[in-house]
Write a protein that binds this ligand. Structure first.
Ligand SMILES: Cc1cc2nc3c(=O)[nH]c(=O)nc-3n(C[C@H](O)[C@H](O)[C@H](O)COP(=O)(O)O)c2cc1C
Length: 432
């Protein structure tokens, strides 16, 4: 009751629930969520890109997501305030979900010495701080669990560039005095990725079991961090992909030769992660082709010559059926040193479309040179994918999700603190 005896509505700046600090609550919907059509009639009907997506009860507010991006900025595998600011800035700018960078389940599974890790409990707390910030700002966040395999113990890209400029190319493997671990690099076979990379030690059964258990232990830590989802990194020539491809795997045991054998290790990891993770969203990133010269299969003999879309589709189906995989994030390449790739906008989308058509019930993500709202919407509309992932354009323009909404004529919620920068987009201010 006010002093003059009249009942008045009180106006306070409410706090986001569950956060350990004060953050203003974004109302009436989270950042990056389309406003209800009752407030903004132009939001009926909504373009697919801004239609929410529910996976195992987790609601994603839109379908333009941040692809995983290594930042080579971790402190012995621990996230730092750089990651809080970097990921936090994406959480403030409307992305439907953020996938944290490739995070090694074992120290020897890092690509470079400064890669992210989740092999020990002290790595949980700095990640939890980032996740809590994202959640307080209404953004779902997950992590890409990874093992670099034979591409491990390399330099951060800018250190490689510096080395190349000073002493010429020729070496990519970081030595022990450069914080590398060249003698501990593992792979399916003794085939290095390229000249200048480490000679991998072929994993024996004990080593394979250790990697499977390391994925399981990292998954347990993901639960403690509070991630909304996990993506298993099965792409780009790293450990799982290198077991799948006949170009990197020439084993003659249960893990090499036939397609069944080459899929055994990734499927074992996926099933184990699912068992620990329980009924929560689980994704897998695949490279759907090696882009090596020649066909995927020798027609006459039936021999698989490289990894490609037909085998990727078999893997996708089995991941879905045997590990309850919810979404496959379809990338390409990264394994074959001589790959020649014709890169153009959406060049990887047909691979996502192929898997989506072949494996009903498995959601697909498209990635690769998707840089605008209309472009992204076109892939969803033609039924090629369920979500799009963006990497480099977000490094250039972190506001891409909000600009995509503007481009598609959708009114979405900017962060309350940044609303004055988006008045034109909202049409009118504070109508709720
Ligand atoms: C700086 C940087 C780091 C990357 N790190 C990862 C990674 O950790 N895991 C991964 O699967 N892909 C990684 N990628 C690939 C991206 O996720 C994405 O698939 C690729 O850049 C193509 O998308 P874009 O055209 O939107 O950049 C990285 C890309 C960039 C530019």
């Amino acid at each position: 009751m006010a002093a003059n005896g009249i009942h008045e509505e009180l106006f306070v700046n409410p706090r986001a629930e569950g956060a350990d600090q004060y953050y203003p609550l974004n109302e009436p919907v989270p950042i990056g969520h389309a406003f209800p059509a009752s407030l903004y009639p132009q939001n009926d009907p909504l373009p697919l890109l801004f239609q929410p997506l529910s996976i195992r009860g987790v609601e994603f507010k839109n379908r333009i997501w941040v692809a995983p991006m290594c930042m080579y900025s971790s402190d012995n595998g621990h996230a730092t305030d750089f990651h809080l600011v970097h990921i936090g800035s994406m959480a403030l700018r409307g992305a439907g979900a953020i996938i944290l960078e490739a995070t090694a389940v074992l120290p020897a599974g890092r690509i470079a010495p400064e890669d992210a890790g989740l092999w020990t409990d002290s790595q949980i707390a700095p990640l939890r701080r980032i996740v809590e910030f994202c959640h307080a700002h209404g953004t779902k966040v997950g992590i890409q669990l990874a093992h670099a395999g034979r591409k491990a113990s390399t330099y951060a890209p800018w250190i490689q560039d510096k080395r190349d400029a000073r002493v010429g190319g020729g070496r990519s493997v970081a030595g022990v005095v450069e914080n590398g671990w060249p003698d501990e690099v593992v792979g399916p076979s003794e085939i290095p990725h390229d000249t200048g990379y480490a000679y991998p030690n072929p994993l024996n059964q004990k080593g394979i079991d250790q990697v499977v258990e390391a994925f399981a232990a990292a998954t347990e830590r993901c639960k403690q961090v509070g991630f909304d989802f996990i993506e298993i990194h099965g792409a780009h020539g790293y450990l799982l992909h290198s077991f799948c491809s006949p170009l990197s795997n020439d084993r003659d045991d249960d893990y090499g030769g036939s397609l069944e054998n080459r899929l055994r290790f990734p499927l074992a990891i996926a099933r184990r992660v699912r068992a620990v993770w329980g009924d929560k969203p689980l994704f897998y990133r695949v490279s759907a082709t090696d882009w090596a010269e020649g066909p995927e299969k020798e027609e006459k003999t039936g021999e698989w010559l490289q990894w490609g879309i037909d085998q990727s589709t078999v893997l996708a189906r089995r991941l879905h059926e045997e590990a309850g995989m919810d979404l496959i994030d379809v990338s390409t390449g990264g394994l074959w040193k001589n790959a020649r790739i014709a890169v153009f906008p959406g060049y990887q989308v047909p691979f996502a479309a192929h898997i989506k058509k072949a494996v009903p019930g498995l959601l697909t993500g498209a990635v690769g040179h998707i840089n605008s709202g209309k472009q992204a919407e076109s892939y969803l509309k033609e039924g090629s994918a369920d979500v799009v992932l963006v990497a480099r354009e977000l490094l250039r323009n972190v506001d891409l999700p909000l600009e995509a909404a503007q481009e598609l004529g959708v009114a979405v919620k900017p962060a309350s603190q940044y609303e004055m920068g988006w008045v034109g987009m909202m049409g009118r201010r504070h109508p709720w």
